[in-house]
Design a protein. Structure first.
Ligand SMILES: [Zn+2]
Length: 120
């Protein structure tokens, strides 16, 4: 089995096998390995979980060595589908003007304003 040499911040260089390493890839818009991609492993010497950023070259090396790639969805794309439109996004229709305010003011002077508002 391929041996993978990685660096633990506490222990220095350690030897791993492909099943020891988790490679998580976040694709950039151009299809390449993007920001947020990582690889992680449990250090065999100190048992610390080590997580490091993975770029295109590292991802290539690890996957060639037999580490399976976990593709992560783009979090921004997921949020776009889950969240409602921004609350400050203006509603459709013409903007409310000073003339509209004046018309509303005059309407409210009468006693039948509510009935008039209900009439299309
Ligand atoms: Zn270590």
């Amino acid at each position: 089995m391929t041996r993978i040499r990685a660096n633990c911040p506490g222990c220095g260089e350690v030897d791993l096998t492909p099943p020891d390493v988790t490679l998580r890839i976040m694709r950039a818009s151009d299809g390449l390995v993007g920001d947020g991609s990582t690889y992680r492993f449990l250090c065999p010497a100190c048992d610390e979980l080590v997580t490091k950023p993975a770029d295109e070259r590292i991802a290539q090396l690890l996957s060639t060595g037999g580490v399976p790639i976990e593709e992560l969805e783009d979090i921004d794309a997921i949020l776009q589908t889950l969240l409602p439109p921004h609350p400050e996004r203006p509603a459709s229709g013409p903007a409310f003007t000073a003339d509209d305010v004046l018309a509303m003011h005059e309407l409210l002077q009468g006693d039948d304003w509510f009935e008039r508002l209900l009439t299309p």
